[in-house]
Design a protein around this ligand. Sequence first.
Ligand code: MRU
Length: 338
Amino acid sequence: MPVRALWYRRGALHVIDQRALPARTVVRRLTRLSEVADAIRTLTVRGAPAIGVAAAYGMVLGHREGRYSPDRAAKALRATRPTGHDLFVGIEAVRRAWAAGDDVEAAADAYRAEVVSECHRIGVAGAPLFARAHRVLTHCNAGALATVEWGTALAPLRFARQRGAHLFVYVDETRPLLQGSRLTAWELARERIPHAVIADNAAGYYLASGQVDAVIVGADRIARNGDLANKIGTYEKAVVARENGVPFYVAAPWSTFDARSPSGRTIPVEERGELEVLGFAGTRTSPLASHARNPAFDVTPARFVTAFITPDGVVRPRDLAKALARRTSGGTRSSFRP
Ligand code: MRU
């Protein structure tokens, strides 16, 4: 069973502190909205869908504190990280209930349950793609830690393996914060899924030498035309995958799709502090006189995506607009054959 990244019990949100993994499994107990906001900002909780669920419970805690209006609480949480769309969806699910005088805890629980169910369905929908594509490369962590349970990119791999596929996963280390080598590797090791951590700059070598059958990643925000923001470095993996005829899949729940962004050009990209880049594991490695740039995400144009793995099936980029429209009018069917 995959790990559970966070849970809410009796007035407190419990989160696995993802900064401490894999060395230590530390659970933090958060009882105030501001603590949830800090946890999101510092990547104690991270991964777009998990951030959305944490923020939903952050709203619940704000409601309990009694000193916020629904809009003030929403504003404080929205200011944490700009790129992932799920944050805004999770906040809105509870803000609406709060403003209407409904049960906010029930609204957050329902939101969490929907995210978990959608990730499970992504696993079921995507697993057949990996029945024959055994050697898979992934970037960042799009596993249970990033989504509460199951994962987005890791969910189809988990289900394919349950069905007997002999998978081998290349795990990009994902500088500067090592979500791949710390978190994805931790999840795979727990479940004894064969894998190897590779330096970020090794992916091209493995793709070009025919050692990767498919690339799968999650996303932080997907625009209406299929352009997507994901962890910095995703774009170059997508381009090299295309150059070498390797399919590039993007797995995401509906909360990651932003119908209001027409294209990747309108997706805000978070710029994080330079110290994350200037050192390694807490030790400064660059000259003291040096500065750094640290965009946390990049935008991959839809033309590099082979297919999106959604909770309701596998969808080609050219069919995405139709799938999104069908979804708002009820029901999305798969339009994709590998
Ligand atoms: O900065 P992070 O660690 O929150 O970035 C996370 C990612 O980029 C993930 O790939 C993305 O959220 C998909 S998670 C299912």
